[in-house]
Design a binder for this molecule. Structure first.
Ligand SMILES: NC(=O)c1ccc[n+]([C@@H]2O[C@H](COP(=O)([O-])OP(=O)(O)OC[C@H]3O[C@@H](n4cnc5c(N)ncnc54)[C@H](O)[C@@H]3O)[C@@H](O)[C@H]2O)c1
Ligand SMILES: N[C@H](CO)Cc1c[nH]c[nH+]1
Ligand SMILES: [Zn+2]
Length: 422
């Protein structure tokens, strides 16, 4: 990795810039795909599958036989691993459900919120360069806990682990559709694919752009979850081989993934660089990782304060703190999708099985967005109940405010009740 020693603060934005994604160019490619699916439905999807996935689709939907036959195609070790991951993810997400608390704001005036699962949701499971069946668990489990009635899955891959996981989480319909056309299908609906209210899931630039575009047409989306990225902050207590392995774990996602190493120790940066190349050479996805590493940087800083400022400015999807006082440092991090503490918490564990969600904001969106959780799959409806005593208490407050806004009908809706109680 290219070591950048002691950059001035005004150089940070250029250093931290993600690989350029020409939004307009991608939109110009994605818009016609959205249009085609909107106008031509299933037939349009089949043509696009042939063009972009080189796949002849007879059936857009996975059949019952394909779904139920998936388990037989997986070995027992993998099924057990998926089962354990399922339990951990379920346990962590179930704890996110909070009981509705009734709050009496004034005597006789009670307000509360109830959570309702979004009735129809769509989940996109990436399958272009790797069949990410772990994403089925990350999206399907919170959807199930939230009580979503219809969960539609789209993926370009027919990997049996995706289909097996889809059944575990209780997906209602699954389709072999990838890319922007999958997002369009779930956003507009087709003869086969039900239209949903909210679309979730990570994906490449076409998928992410399609999500952003349909969100302008009234379809809710979880967040922009694009190419994976990781930042590692390491000191001399870090183990260089572990740090290199963590950087490579995200670099192998693809050439547009960015990894960043930050340290106040030159010795550590050099040691990581030494082991990085030899570890990379042994990877089957070496070429993908190498392109990502070539775009990435190792930044040497003067002190911890600078390091924390830089990391907060970068707002990494994943942030690994391989430093002695990791938990204390994490208290000072305000921008990150998910944080991993110490030498024995590899980011891969969060990707698959520790319990947290791996669908996280990339490209700096962690400044404003959280990763997926049960909350992402629910709406909160507020409810209130006012008794006769309550209307006597709150009535004059509302009358005064409505009169000052010159909204007489608002005022009268209260006055008529107050008079009835005289
Ligand atoms: N942020 C997160 O939470 C998170 C989680 C998991 C994965 N990811 C990222 O998801 C991405 C997965 O990407 P992927 O490509 O492997 O799979 P993908 O399923 O997102 O995309 C594959 C689809 O892209 C479409 N496509 C390919 N080339 C195209 C072209 N030239 N024009 C139009 N459409 C085209 C095809 O239809 C194909 O089915 C990776 O970048 C990975 O880093 C992010
Ligand atoms: N690192 C990805 C999120 O950015 C998630 C993933 C799935 N499988 C492997 N990794
Ligand atoms: Zn990953």
């Amino acid at each position: 990795m290219n070591i950048v020693p002691f950059p001035e603060r005004d150089q940070w934005p250029a250093l931290l810039a993600r690989p350029v994604q020409e939004a307009q160019d991608i939109e110009a490619k994605v818009n016609p795909i959205l249009d085609k699916v909107r106008k031509e439905g299933d037939e349009g999807i089949k043509e696009l599958a042939l063009k972009f996935d080189k796949t002849v689709l007879d059936n857009i939907a996975f059949t019952e036989a394909e779904l139920s036959g998936a388990a037989d195609k997986l070995d027992e070790t993998l099924k057990e691993a998926i089962g354990q991951a399922y339990q951990n993810i379920y346990k962590f997400h179930e704890a996110q459900l909070q009981p509705a608390e009734k709050i009496e704001t004034m005597p006789g005036v009670t307000c509360w919120r109830k959570s309702v699962g979004i009735e129809k949701v769509g989940i996109y499971i990436p399958g272009g360069s790797a069949p990410l069946f772990s994403t089925v668990l990350m999206l399907g489990i919170p959807a199930k806990i939230a009580g979503c009635k219809e969960v539609v899955l789209c993926t370009p891959s027919d990997h049996p682990a995706i289909l097996y996981a889809a059944q575990l989480v209780g997906v209602t319909k699954a389709f072999r559709i990838g890319g922007a056309q999958a997002i369009a299908a779930m956003a507009y609906g087709t003869e086969s694919v039900p239209k949903v209210y909210k679309i979730f899931g990570p994906g490449n630039q076409y998928v992410t752009t399609a999500k952003m575009l349909v969100s302008k047409e009234g379809i809710a989306i979880d967040m922009p979850a694009g190419p994976s990225e990781v930042a590692v902050y390491a000191d001399d207590s870090a183990i260089p081989a572990f740090v290199a392995a963590d950087l490579l774990s995200q670099a192998e996602h693809g050439p547009d993934s960015q990894v960043l190493l930050v340290s106040t120790s030159k010795k550590l940066l050099s040691a990581v660089n030494l082991t990085l190349s030899s570890q990379m050479d042994k990877l089957p996805r070496r070429d993908l990782a190498a392109q990502s590493i070539a775009n990435s940087k190792a930044i040497l800083l003067d002190n911890e304060e600078d390091a924390i400022d830089l990391l907060n400015q970068y707002a990494a999807e994943h942030l690994i703190l391989s430093v002695e006082n990791a938990e204390a440092v994490s208290e000072q991090i305000v921008n990150a999708g998910s944080i991993f503490l110490g030498n024995y918490t590899p980011e891969s564990c969060g990707d698959y099985a520790s319990g947290t969600n791996h669908t996280l904001p990339t490209n700096g969106y962690a400044r404003a967005y959280s990763g997926v959780s049960v909350d992402s799959f629910v709406k909160k409806i507020t409810i209130q109940n006012i008794t006769k005593e309550g209307i006597r208490q709150i009535g004059p407050v509302v009358e005064a405010m409505a009169a000052a806004e010159s909204l007489d009908a608002h005022k009268k809706a209260v006055s008529i009740r107050l008079k009835s109680l005289l």
